[in-house]
Every structure is written in structure tokens, then in C-alpha cells.
Design a binder for this molecule. Structure first.
Ligand code: PMP
Length: 383
């Protein structure tokens, strides 16, 4: 079996698991407890929080641990909009883009129930936002703009510093879902200098454990978010609940691994991607890349295969773990991300997404090219 679906999730790095283990049985205390065991765990978490904050160019108090990016997106969007609707009831618009993950799109759409006015911005055929269309949307007083840094189906990378500056010019807050960009872009993610007010990150996309993520909430000037649920006032009251210490330790290790090894990994995966595209296009010249080629992650690609249905192709190569769209979307539904980039239904249904990661070997890439090509050849010939 060859795993080519690192955009949907990554395996835990073994070094992450090793770092986590002592925190299940030995250092198991509640980080809020006053006793020596609790204090030890609290100090460990403080150190991890500070290290992660430093890597992201922010300060410790701005980092909130959540159960993942879905929760971080929900708190960022619902929490900030609830506060602002209460305090500035005339400003209602919330803007996001058509290719966002469902945890942003559905949340924004549901903000209508608390009086907000959702506005879904279309994207261009390369998946990028046209800044003029954002400018036009911002002519109506806007609470918040939410744009993902990198797309989970196409890998297309938006110009976040530019879009956040534009949003601020019109007085709107800026939220960014960094789930797919974190650990995968060669440029260092710097939340403050990128002009981000609220951000979301997921542990299981960066070789950390599932069930942990980060919400960044800017402190100066202070961005207010109301909690989605109430409890013991952990995480500054923004996210109550006993801290999942082993998961936080794993997340911290995952961050330090990509901090040390990330650039080398990105270069290696970029060379695999170039190889795969060149080799496939040499065999099947009509293979098309969906989305911007220039502004895209170096570990993934979304490809359109001529004259075949992607599902027929995948049925021939069950040992290749890849997909036709996001795992978070219903499999039988054609990708709304590709549809909103203007692809026809037939083009959408002939597309697959493929992503490499830390454990991918060159040999696997060579086999993938070979197997994809023979499957395409057989399906097209109807053999
Ligand atoms: N946003 C994006 C862009 C994603 O790709 C994902 C995971 N598919 C999420 C949010 C949700 O992350 P989590 O699984 O941590 O809730």
C-alpha cells in the first residue's frame, strides 16, 4: 500500500509518540492542580506554548489549545462575530471564500442565525482570490474576513499578508485557517507580521496526534472572542476543559521537528512532485493540473485525467491511497472546491488529489506514476 493522502491526515511521527508516552502514565496530573505533579505538567505546557508561540512569531498568551482546526475555526468565527455583533450591531457582513474547508464555510453560513450577513466570495479559475472582488465586497461594513492560507484539495496558496492588509484597511478582522499551510510552506509563518488576528492549526496535519489544534487570538490590540462553552476557565476562558497534556506534548514535538527538518522535507517533496507531473505528462500529455501551478504547496497536486472517471481509475489501483476530494466531504458529492473554480462536472469527476509527505519514498513515487498510467490506459481502453 502506498499512502498518498497526507492532506487528509498524516501519521504520527514516531518521535512524537515517544515524546508523548511519559505523559499518559507518569506525568498524568491535571495541569491546573496546585500540587507538585500538577505544577510539573503546567511548566511543561508553559514551555511548549512559549516555543510554539515563538515559532509563529507571537506570544504565549495568544496561543489557545483546542481539539483541532474544526474547533479553532468555530471559536474564531462564532466567538469573534458574537462579540462584535453585540457591540457594533450595524456591522453585519462576514466574508469568506467559496473554496474554504466546511468547518469555515458552514460556520460562516450559520452565523446568519445570530444576525450576521455571510458573503461567500468566488475564486478565479486558478483558485486564487481576485483582490478587486474582495475590495468590492468590503464596501459593505464588514466584521471579519476568513481566508485559508492553503487549500486542502488543490494546495493553492493565497497571498495572506496582502489580503489581511486589505481587510484591515476596511476595518475588518482577519482570520486564517493555516491547517494545510503550517509545516508545508517554506516561508516561515509569522502570524503577527502577516497581519493575522485569528488563526487555526491542526495537529494531525503535521505528524502530530489527532484531537489537538491551536487557535491563535491576537492580544495587542486585543481581539475579543466569546467562548462556545463554559467551564473551568482553562485557556483564558476561551476554551474550558482539562488540558490534554499528552496531545499538547505531541503537538510541541511535531512543531519542533518541522522547525528543524521542514525546509529539507519541503525541498525533497517538491522534487517528487515535479518528477510525478513531468513523468505523467510525458505519458499522458492531456493530464491537467487543477489550480495555480505557481502558488501551490510543494507536496500535493490535483490532477485531471482525460476521458476517464476518477472513481474508475481509483478502483483499478486500490493499493494507492489517494482520493477524489476532501475526506471531510461526502465521497459521493463532486468536489465543491473544483466546481467553484469553474470546472465542468465532467472535469471534476475526472480529477484526483494526491499528496506526499514525510514517509514518502522516491520508489513509491516511481510506482505511483507507473500504476496511475497503466490504470488510466486500461480504463480508457475499457479493458
Ligand atoms: N481546515 C482545513 C483546511 C483542513 O484541511 C482540515 C482537515 N481536513 C480542517 C480544517 C479540520 O481540521 P481538524 O481535523 O483538526 O478538525
Amino acid at each position: 500500500v502506498i499512502y498518498l493522502d497526507y492532506q487528509s491526515t498524516t501519521p504520527c511521527d514516531e518521535r512524537v509518540v515517544e515524546a508523548m508516552l511519559p505523559y499518559f502514565v507518569h506525568n498524568f496530573a491535571n495541569a491546573n492542580s496546585e500540587h507538585i505533579l500538577g505544577k510539573y505538567v503546567a511548566e511543561t505546557i508553559d514551555k511548549i506554548r512559549a516555543d510554539i508561540a515563538e515559532m509563529l512569531g507571537v506570544v504565549s498568551q495568544e496561543i489557545i489549545f483546542t481539539s483541532g482546526a474544526t474547533e479553532a475555526n468555530n471559536i474564531a468565527l462564532q466567538g469573534s462575530v458574537r462579540y462584535l455583533i453585540d457591540h457594533y450591531p450595524k456591522t453585519k457582513r462576514v466574508i469568506t471564500i467559496a473554496t474554504e474547508h466546511k468547518s469555515v464555510l458552514e460556520t460562516v453560513q450559520n452565523l446568519q442565525s445570530i444576525g450576521a450577513d455571510p458573503f461567500i466570495l468566488p475564486v478565479q479559475s486558478d483558485g486564487l482570490i481576485d483582490p478587486d472582488s474582495l475590495k468590492a465586497a468590503l464596501q459593505v461594513p464588514t466584521i471579519l474576513v476568513s481566508v485559508m492560507a492553503a487549500n486542502n484539495e488543490t494546495g493553492v496558496i493565497q497571498n495572506i499578508p496582502y489580503l489581511s492588509a486589505l481587510s484591515h484597511e476596511y476595518g475588518a478582522l482577519f482570520h486564517c485557517d493555516l491547517s494545510q499551510a503550517c509545516g508545508k510552506v517554506s516561508e516561515k509563518i509569522q502570524l503577527r507580521s502577516w497581519g493575522i488576528d485569528l488563526a487555526s492549526i491542526s495537529g494531525h496535519k503535521i505528524y502530530g496526534p489527532k484531537g489537538i489544534g491551536i487557535l491563535y487570538v491576537k492580544r495587542k490590540p486585543r481581539v475579543r472572542v466569546e467562548p462556545l462553552f463554559y467551564g473551568g476557565y482553562q485557556e483564558r476562558g476561551i476554551r474550558s476543559g482539562t488540558l490534554p497534556v499528552p496531545l499538547i506534548v505531541g503537538l510541541g514535538k511535531a512543531f519542533s521537528l518541522f522547525q528543524n527538518e521542514g525546509n529539507e522535507e519541503i525541498r525533497r517533496l517538491a522534487s517528487y512532485k515535479r518528477f510525478l507531473i513531468n513523468e505523467l505528462q510525458a505519458r499522458i500529455p492531456q493530464v491537467k493540473i487543477n489550480g495555480s501551478i505557481e502558488y501551490a504547496l510543494s507536496n500535493c497536486v490535483n490532477l485531471q485525467f482525460p476521458e476517464v472517471k476518477a472513481l474508475d481509475l481509483l478502483a483499478r489501483i486500490p493499493h494507492l491511497c489517494l482520493s477524489t476530494g476532501s475526506a471531510c466531504n461526502h465521497v459521493s458529492m463532486p468536489s465543491y472546491v473544483l466546481q467553484s473554480m469553474g470546472l465542468s462536472e465532467q472535469e471534476v469527476l475526472s480529477s484526483i488529489r494526491l499528496s506526499f509527505g514525510r514517509m514518502t519514498t522516491k520508489q513509491e513515487v516511481v510506482e505511483t506514476v507507473h500504476d496511475l498510467y497503466s490504470a488510466w490506459y486500461d480504463v480508457r481502453k475499457g479493458t
